[in-house]
Design a protein around this ligand. Structure first.
Ligand SMILES: Nc1ncnc2c1ncn2[C@@H]1O[C@H](COP(=O)(O)OP(=O)(O)OP(=O)(O)O)[C@@H](O)[C@H]1O
Ligand SMILES: [Mg+2]
Length: 324
């Protein structure tokens, strides 16, 4: 498709450890189109951040891309290094992390951070950059933007800081935003505002978004499509409405059943028995089979089917229950 911004193909990330090689990302493929928000969900340790960090060249050694391809706007980027990757990161990919302070320089006013980023990546004058910096802060809802442009990050609340980070991530007009748990550190009352802001700005600009979260509520609110990760694998990928109302992978089903959102009206939440395996103990076959109530012999020996051929990496997808 011509408007595909990011394309990840059979991506594997490996980490050599003294007990052997572990694969926090194992054969993962997904695309994100312009203006689309792809949610990546899964429990802690599933490999969500590792996949995002691989795209922006921020894997910390010894973690490294061991196989697969990453394409951004038709160019292959998985082998880029050093200055090439830094330039790409600033210009074509914007980032929003859980803690806004990791993205902000404490020693620079927010105005200077915005104008410097724009002057580095856009062909505009300083005067134009100054004007755009104020407009950017207004757009993300900073009250009194023109007066606050010379303030420093510590002078803002957590929610306001994350608004500044969103302005900073978008100011070089990137085609992709990677947002890794952008609201996890914020007050619940502020979370929905930040998600709504991210959604609106990216939709207006046609920016593709990888939205990493463990929160199904955030997915339901913001994402167009969702990918579910389990033990380094992508186990289900589809339109949010379809996946949330009729999950096909038993793990997704369990994840939904343990989320208050999906259980509204039900007497209590169900927990999936057991825990996600440690990466050095991922079982043969489908990684979920030891916890799966529906596992059959095939699931114990053969990894699930490739998701590219369908919606789920399950040999025996759940069929939607008939409404009765
Ligand atoms: N140096 C390392 N050696 C071995 N395993 C590692 C190392 N660094 C990370 N891991 C493992 O990589 C896996 C993937 O981590 P990742 O941060 O991508 O998970 P995540 O899905 O983003 O989780 P969270 O929701 O907690 O952020 C984890 O299981 C983690 O234990
Ligand atoms: Mg993470």
């Amino acid at each position: 498709m011509s408007d595909t911004v990011l394309s990840i193909r059979e991506l594997s990330v490996e980490i050599p450890t003294h007990t052997g090689i572990v694969k926090p990302v194992d054969g993962v493929s997904y695309d994100i189109c312009a203006g689309e928000i792809l949610g990546i969900v899964g429990e802690s340790g599933a490999g969500k951040s590792m996949a995002g960090n691989a795209v922006i060249g921020l894997l910390s050694p010894p973690a490294h891309i061991a196989a697969g391809e990453i394409w951004l706007n038709g160019s292959r980027i998985d082998a880029l290094e050093g200055e090439d990757m830094r330039r790409l990161r600033g210009k074509q990919i914007g980032m929003v992390f859980q803690d806004p302070l990791t993205s902000l320089n404490p020693l620079l006013s927010i105005g200077d951070q915005l104008t410097e980023t724009m002057l580095t990546h856009l062909d505009i004058s300083r005067g134009e950059a100054d004007r755009r910096a104020i407009a950017a802060l207004e757009e993300v809802g900073i009250p009194g933007a023109a007066e606050r442009i010379d303030s420093y990050p510590h002078e803002f609340s957590g929610g306001m800081r994350q608004r500044v980070v969103i302005a900073l991530a978008l100011c070089a007009e990137p085609s992709l935003i990677i947002a890794d748990e952008p609201t996890t550190a914020l007050d619940v009352s502020v979370q929905a505002q930040i998600i709504a802001l991210l959604k609106r700005l990216c939709r207006d600009r046609g920016t593709a978004v990888m939205l990493i979260t463990h929160d199904m509520g955030v997915i339901a609110e913001a994402a167009d499509r969702v990918g579910v990760m389990y033990a380094g694998r992508l186990v289900e990928l589809g339109a949010v409405r379809d996946v949330l109302t009729a999950p096909q992978h038993p793990y997704t089903h369990g994840l939904m059943a343990s989320t208050p959102l999906a259980s509204q009206g039900k007497a209590r939440l169900h927990q999936i028995e057991g825990a996600m395996p440690r990466l050095n103990k991922v079982p043969e076959g489908c990684p979920f089979h030891p916890r799966c109530a529906y596992a059959r012999d095939k699931c114990r020996v053969a990894p699930g089917p490739k998701i590219a051929d369908g919606r789920t990496a399950c040999w025996f997808p759940l069929v939607a229950e008939k409404a009765s």
